[in-house]
Design a binder for this molecule. Structure first.
Ligand code: RUB
Length: 321
């Protein structure tokens, strides 16, 4: 099961920061349920190995280590059965909280949207869609300009979900975004990670969109549950940007026809806080520069790596995530 979930995350069949976190926590639950470990030590080692395997899939979305950390910190007990129970319960609580957080942030984000607004989206974010859904439930009519989001075209998924919410959609190529920004009331984007200085790491193209939106005076709102807050950035660590296969951009035949070229495929980029208007979380909306206060409240000053081969102690502070 862990093997399968890890492959699905790496291949992007399971994708998007919240969905990845949910799948990873659930994979630990199944691992615990199916474990044949005979001693508490063997059980703990097995769960830690499963977490490491999941962690190795994609490096950028911090929701993944945050989910694993949440569950592993709550693996408690002196017997295999007690350990199993606590793991299953922690994973269940995590997934339920994830759903609740998305509902809560949806309502906060919806308050920023007015009846008749046009929104522009980039990539596919379930947190963004939660805002649109909440706004629709409030009876607001919205329409959307949806960027296709090369190279993987996650904009197609967004377009489909928006149509399910009865939102009229205009699909555009990424490079057309600036032309449409004058007609847009809000740019809505999700996040894979948010750094302590309020920088937002999201799908490649987000930073260019934000700079253009600022130039045009179009507000840009980041919608992100607090599992997207990157605790390691409190202590100066940077966020690794995933580089993906060249084949996502160009096939071998076209490439050979062009001649010798290098091809780079960064999956994410970093948008500095000065280009962003608000970060909407389940705890309310924050100016990007002040997100660090929420981060300290939730995580304390640092994190441990409970999946390490040799287990570390419990984390020093923080409740959830
Ligand atoms: C997905 C992406 C999404 C965030 C937020 O990238 O950048 O904007 O993950 O999504 P990829 P959500 O397709 O490479 O995984 O709000 O669903 O967590």
């Amino acid at each position: 099961m862990v093997e399968q979930v890890a492959t699905e995350i790496a291949d992007m069949e399971t994708r998007g920061a919240a969905t990845i976190a949910d799948a990873a926590a659930d994979a630990l639950r199944v691992q615990a349920e199916e474990s044949e470990a005979e001693t508490p030590e063997a059980f703990r080692a097995e769960i830690r190995a499963a977490a490491r395997h999941l962690l190795d899939t994609r490096p950028t979305a911090v929701s993944l280590p945050n989910a694993l950390r949440y569950v592993l910190r709550r693996v408690e007990g002196d017997s295999v059965e007690a350990l199993r129970r606590s793991t299953v319960s922690a994973a269940g609580t995590f997934c339920a909280q994830l759903d609740r957080a998305q509902d809560d942030l949806g309502k906060v984000g919806a308050n920023r949207l007015r009846d008749g607004d046009v929104v522009m989206t980039h990539c596919h974010s379930t947190d963004v869609l939660a805002c649109v859904e909440a706004a629709r439930e409030q009876g607001k009519e919205l329409s959307a300009i949806v960027k296709e989001t090369r190279p993987r075209n996650q904009g197609h998924i967004t377009a489909e979900r928006l149509r399910e919410l009865d939102v009229p959609v205009t699909l555009i190529v990424d490079s057309a975004a600036r032309r449409y920004l004058n007609d847009v009331d809000h740019v809505l984007v999700g996040a894979d990670a948010i750094a302590a200085d309020g920088s937002v790491i999201n799908k490649i193209g987000t930073s260019g969109l934000a700079v253009n939106a600022r130039d045009r005076g179009t507000p840009i709102m980041v919608v992100a549950q607090t599992i997207k807050l990157h605790p390691d950035t409190l202590t100066g660590h940077t966020v690794e940007i995933e580089m993906r296969e060249e084949s996502e951009i160009i096939d071998e035949t076209d490439r050979e026809a062009i001649g010798e070229i290098a091809v780079d495929n960064p999956a994410f980029d970093v948008t500095p806080p000065r280009y962003l208007d608000a970060i909407v979380t389940e705890h309310g909306q924050f100016p990007p520069e002040s997100i660090v206060t929420l981060m300290r409240e939730l995580f304390g000053e640092g994190t441990t790596e409970p999946w390490a081969e040799r287990a570390q102690g419990r984390e020093s502070t923080g409740e959830v995530p």
